[in-house]
Write a protein that binds this ligand. Structure first.
Ligand code: C2O
Ligand code: CU
Ligand code: CU
Length: 497
């Protein structure tokens, strides 16, 4: 029997114990009293009430390196009478754009006005382990704590989100996440003729009454996708552009599980940066860009449309081996680009070289990391587990590996499962060395040198990556499909001085 058929049959059985099993006594339902332990049926895909679209893309509220992030429940007003109780930082959903400079001293206070423990992880930034939102370092409901560190010497786009033990998927689904733009050094790009936008893409699923739909059993297997694609929290907004120049998009895939396969018909993408900042050179133009959960990309789009014309930024289908839910079958619109009627402006030429990325030298340590999923009938119940090296993350103090500050590590990561998994590492950016589609395929050396902190692995794929941890402490590595992370596809690299 095909795997999907098996799983669908399992799901149809009553008391499918995914939730009870995943995190012990934790109940993921949003309305405990009303629902008890029975999960409501997942609303059919595409069933969320539609908020009105078409509003101009709003500017981000911003905050510098010192300030307060108040995580609190709020009410999101979509317009048209649709309201959603949600969680946000300093607002009803998402948080401000943090604008930082390399070398600057950060002093941000998390005020936890949520009904449960939370914390903040500064995704992609090399900050001391004690300040990086380890699940051990929880800020209890009603408490506050300051995060203090120096912004590393980088120039790139990062993001912040909660990382509490077993509750990341839930808290992010409720709306907690925000972007961080770090400027460092001098930009290699021309000063004029470039319109820069930070686009944080998320997805959401609502019940008919506007409340955020609880996680379904299928969500815990496949990772939760919502049928409403949002950009900067807005539903299908409009970005007004002037013909002729460059549109610089700083993109973040902040979806729990959705793979973004981006396209803007009639336009080409030239990638200039990855997770950790600049690439060495402007890349050749391409029609599509794949951005996996947690990943960022910096791209230039030539604004070649005619004054008065329109185009729709969309996410094309991508098959990622989902076990239960259907794969995306049609393009999903995200944002409309409207060309103003004004005459086209001149497009400035681009530099040949953007930055230098020194290749990491030969490793002092080599390790193997295996991502796997297993299904069993333990105790007469259908169980699913997401594992790293055959273990589930169920002990926040366990070290799965011990490494040394300053040593080059080379990890070979294998995806021995039937689903794509986006691999993420805390504390250091890495360079991918080679990829191998399966054991039967040759290794393909990675020609594009880039600093990354998220890399996708297709089923059966292996790849090697190198990095150096420059600070001591416990650093997590995990699948960035948040439901897989919460269920244990996560482990610890203990870095000692
Ligand atoms: Cu954005 Cu440990 O994750
Ligand atoms: Cu991270
Ligand atoms: Cu995964």
């Amino acid at each position: 029997m095909h795997r999907r058929t098996v799983l669908t049959a399992c799901l149809a059985a009553p008391f499918f114990p995914l939730l009870a099993r995943a995190q012990g006594a934790v109940d993921y339902t949003m309305d405990h009293a009303a629902m008890g332990h029975a999960m409501p049926a997942a609303p059919a895909a595409g069933a969320s009430p539609r908020p009105p679209g078409g509003a101009p893309l709003a500017a981000w509220p911003t905050l510098g390196a010192r300030g307060e992030l108040r995580a609190a429940p709020g009410l999101l007003h979509w317009g048209g009478g649709l309201n959603t109780p949600s969680w946000g930082y300093n607002g009803a959903a998402l948080g401000p754009l943090l604008e930082w400079r390399a070398g600057e001293a950060v002093d941000m206070t998390l005020v936890n006005a949520l009904p449960e423990a939370s914390n903040i992880h500064w995704h992609g930034l090399e900050v001391p382990a004690s300040e990086d939102g380890h699940p051990r370092d929880a800020v209890e409901a009603g408490q506050r704590r300051a995060y203090r560190f120096t912004v590393p010497e980088v120039d790139g786009l990062f993001w912040y989100h909660p990382h509490p033990h077993g509750r990341t998927a839930f808290q992010v689904a409720m709306g907690l996440a925000g972007p961080i733009r770090v400027r460092g050094g001098r930009s290699p790009l021309p000063a004029d003729g470039i319109d820069e936008r930070v686009l944080m893409i998320t997805d959401q699923r609502l019940l008919a009454d506007g409340r955020i739909a609880p996680h379904s059993d299928a969500d815990w297997m496949d990772g939760r996708e919502g049928d409403l694609l949002l950009v900067n929290g807005q539903y299908q907004p409009v970005l007004s552009v002037r013909a002729g120049g460059w549109l610089r998009l700083r993109l973040i895939n902040a979806c729990a599980a959705r793979y973004l396969h981006l396209s803007l018909p009639g336009h080409l993408w030239r990638q200039i940066g990855a997770d950790g900042g600049w690439l060495e050179q402007v890349q050749a133009p391409v029609k599509q860009l794949l951005l996996v959960p947690g990943e960022r990309a910096d791209v230039l789009v030539a604004l070649d449309g005619a004054p008065g014309s329109r185009a729709v930024l969309q996410s094309l289908p991508y098959v990622r081996g989902k076990m239960v839910s259907a794969e995306q079958s049609r393009p999903e619109p995200i944002l409309s680009v409207h060309y103003q009627r004004t005459a086209a402006q001149a497009r400035p030429p681009l530099p040949r070289r953007l930055a230098d990325i020194a290749p990491l030298p030969a490793p002092a340590v080599r390790r193997e990391v295996v991502l796997s999923e297993t299904m069993s009938m333990e105790g007469g119940k259908h169980q699913m587990a997401f594992l790293i090296n055959d273990r589930r993350y169920d002990d926040m103090n366990r070290a799965d590996f011990t490494g040394k500050v300053g040593e080059v590590e080379e990890w070979t990561v294998h995806n021995r499962s039937d689903m794509d998994h986006p691999f993420h590492l805390h504390g250091a950016a890495f360079q991918v060395q080679w990829r191998q589609a399966s054991a039967q395929h040759p290794r393909t050396p990675e020609t594009l040198r880039a600093w990354r902190d998220v890399v996708n692995l297709k089923p059966g794929e292996s790849l090697a990556l190198r990095f150096v941890q420059r600070l001591p402490g416990d650093r997590l590595f995990h699948c960035h499909i948040l439901e897989h992370e919460d269920q244990g596809m996560m482990a610890t690299l203990r870095v000692v001085g």
